[in-house]
Design a protein around this ligand. Structure first.
Ligand code: SAM
Length: 278
């Protein structure tokens, strides 16, 4: 691949989904785009790039972005955000008489994160059935149509189930379906999946009490991170929480949140002084 073509793909990805493709990632690019070349019948990456630039090829831009996303995820990833949801955030929302907490799993990949949230909520509500009169809503969003399709199907292979799902949760909230496990209806019912590019407006999502934005900001430039975090702050309810991935931090990106250390992990709480721009 020529240097010029590589720069062309870098620019396309940065502009369409915020992903910063670093130097020396030619191998990654060509491996991930090989199936796209085959599907669309292109002879080379250059031909694909030309069609992207001209805007031809039905669904081509979305297909390329889909192919270039990294979708690694697993159940109850990092543990502590889910423990803090159960032991700190939900009890606080109940004390504040929040009628219907809303939680957003931004960049939810194949659904393990929002379903893990829903399992925590289900356990909480089984113990405290009157905690939230309106129930709890979980919204999972992602840019990848392939991942969203899998998330909506709620079907996981044994190998996927083995990654982080505790056996009691599997027994309680999953049903065997031939070679897969299906998420139980009560866990699925509170999760809604939507197609959303984090670079685009969040206005249609409504407001949230907690946002999980994990293991996605690492792929973006610092300008995009700052923009995304600022816009997330504006759709959090007062006192709302943000949780990032284990290798991510807010430092230098925004001062709208204060760090809360609890249970061996870190949460970010919207500052009292934060007044959202309307
Ligand atoms: C590594 S996964 C993280 C999944 C989950 N949050 C976790 O921590 O396990 C990153 C996800 O971000 C999504 N993604 C990448 N760029 C995006 C964008 N611009 N808008 C929305 N989602 C994006 C990818 O499709 C992928 O599913």
């Amino acid at each position: 691949m020529s240097e010029e073509d590589y720069r062309g793909f870098q620019a396309f990805l940065a502009e369409s989904c915020g992903i910063v493709l670093g130097e020396q990632k030619q191998y990654l690019l060509s491996t991930r785009l090989r199936p796209v070349l085959e599907e669309y019948g292109y002879a080379s990456l250059r031909e694909l790039l030309e069609h992207l630039r001209k805007g031809v090829g039905l669904g081509l831009r979305e297909r390329v972005v889909d192919a270039m996303t990294t979708n690694e995820t697993y159940w109850f990833r990092d543990g502590h955000p889910f423990e803090l949801l159960a032991t700190a955030v939900l009890p606080e929302l109940e004390r504040r008489r929040c009628p219907m907490p809303r939680i957003w799993s931004a960049a939810c990949s194949s659904g393990q994160e929002p379903y893990s949230i829903s399992i925590v909520v289900e356990d909480y509500l089984r113990a405290r059935p009157h905690a939230f009169p309106g129930g709890v809503q979980v919204v999972g969003t992602d840019i990848s149509p392939t991942m969203l399709k899998k998330a909506r199907a709620g079907l996981y292979y044994e190998a996927e189930i083995q990654r982080g799902l505790p056996a009691p949760a599997r027994e309680r909230y999953f049903r065997r379906q031939r070679d897969c496990w299906e998420v139980a209806p009560e866990i699925r019912a509170r999760v809604r999946f939507l197609d959303l590019n984090l670079l685009k407006p969040y206005a249609l999502l409504g407001r949230f009490d907690m946002i999980f934005c994990r293991n996605v900001l690492i792929y973006f430039s610092s300008e995009s991170r700052r923009d995304i975090l600022g816009r997330m702050a504006r759709i959090l309810n007062p006192g709302g929480y943000l949780v990032l991935g284990a290798s991510e931090s807010l430092s230098g990106h925004t001062d709208e949140f204060q760090m809360v250390r609890a249970g061996g992990g870190i949460l970010y709480r919207l500052r009292e002084s934060f007044a959202p721009r309307r």
